[in-house]
Design a protein around this ligand. Structure first.
Ligand code: TTP
Ligand code: MG
Length: 362
């Protein structure tokens, strides 16, 4: 275990809604819902803490939110403003460390192991960052501090809003033991339900299982689960400069050979990869497809464009073009993958990206 690292996870509170309450004082202390309007088929992007008391949350259909709280104020998102705040908070992070890994517009991991400000105390640095954010943006962030990413992320959620929570190396293992697996970051609903069915409810239950059993049930992720339930997570904080590519792939339980089906899978993977890039505020100019045929022969085809691949509709032509020199439709395929590279940092998102995020919110 690398107990020497000092990792901070920062996450803004009720981000889009807090920005709206900041800019429109008449919204303050009121249930505000940012996202689709109630008459639409849209969903809630986020809502103020006042609205959360009514049981409203992100991704809930707006019509449902309206039924729970008819007096709530529904507002449309203003992505350019959120983006500007996002850039501002990243500049604040950069005052404390170069090792910053943004996860989305409003959250990031920071490795402050070698930061000398505030006598190198991660607690004091986290508090200083919270205070800088408040001063420069008039918004509130929550911070989690620990010795790895997994615990820092959980910590930032422990004391929200305006939270600060520290998990020391001495506390880490015990802390995870009592934690419900549904709260583990990276364990989604499907895996969580699978774990419940296997009688795994807490970190302790997970810890009782040997590595082989975890790998048998959860494949590659089994090793990660084996570690995190012991408070161990050696993943580095990947600063943007360190990210060279973003890849996603899928192996089929049964080989496929229908060209249409393969194209659909590749489109889904591409959409997934583009969303990951957008979350990190990166754009890509190189698209690579990977195809592994049923006999394990693997090919890759790449195309680099003079402009960034941004949204799916702009990228489909490149995808189809790459498929020309393959044998899809003729040979059985067991794995498909998409990799985006030639990544560039996107300061201030383009209109296309905003539209893409916009469509995801609704
Ligand atoms: P979150 O950090 O998940 O949520 P939040 O900042 O609104 O609230 P808190 O962290 O205090 O729990 O997401 C950040 C922003 O991302 C959120 O303000 C709106 C947007 N978002 C969506 O558009 N759709 C979603 O499903 C989620 C979860 C977030
Ligand atoms: Mg947040």
């Amino acid at each position: 275990m690398n107990s020497l690292r000092k990792i901070i996870h920062i996450d803004m509170d009720a981000f889009f809604a807090a920005v709206e309450q900041r800019d429109f004082p008449e919204y303050r202390n009121k249930p505000i819902i940012v996202g689709g309007l109630p008459g639409s088929r849209g969903v809630v992007a986020t809502c103020s803490y006042e609205a959360r008391r009514f049981g409203i949350h992100s991704a809930m259909p707006s019509a449902h939110a309206y039924r729970l709280c008819p007096q709530a104020i529904f507002v449309k998102p203003r992505f350019e403003v959120y983006q500007a705040v996002s850039s501002l908070i990243r500049k604040i992070f950069a005052d404390y460390t170069e090792i910053i890994e943004p996860l989305s517009m409003d959250e990031a991991y920071l490795d402050v192991s070698t930061t000398s400000a505030h006598q190198g105390s991660a607690t004091l640095i986290a508090k200083a960052i919270k205070s800088d954010i408040r001063q420069k943006t008039e918004l509130i962030a929550s911070a989690g501090v620990s010795y790895n990413k997994f615990l820092a992320k959980i910590a930032s959620d422990m004391d929200k809003p305006d939270g600060f929570y520290l998990i020391t190396p001495e506390q880490g293992a015990d802390f995870v033991e009592q934690l419900p697996v549904s709260k583990f970051h990276g364990i989604g609903n499907v895996t969580s339900q699978k774990m419940q069915a296997l009688g795994i409810h807490t970190g302790k239950d997970l810890k009782n299982l040997p590595l082989e059993v975890l790998q048998q049930h959860f494949g590659k992720a089994g090793f990660h689960y084996y570690n995190i339930c012991r408070g161990i997570d050696n993943r580095p904080v990947n600063s943007l400069r360190a990210i060279k590519s973003i890849g996603v792939e899928t192996t089929f339980q049964q080989d496929i050979n229908c060209r249409k089906e393969i194209l659909q899978h590749l489109q889904d993977l591409l959409e997934n990869a583009l969303a990951k890039a957008a979350d990190k505020q990166l754009t890509a100019r190189t698209l690579t497809i990977k195809i592994k045929y049923s006999d394990f022969v693997q090919i890759t085809r790449s195309k680099t464009l003079p402009y960034p691949l941004e949204i799916l509709s702009n990228s489909l032509a490149s995808l189809e073009h790459l498929l020309i020199n393959t044998e899809i439709g003729y040979r059985n395929v067991r794995l498909l993958g998409i990799t985006l590279s030639s990544l560039e940092n996107q300061e201030g998102q383009s209109r296309f990206q905003q539209m893409d995020i916009f469509s995801k919110c609704y």
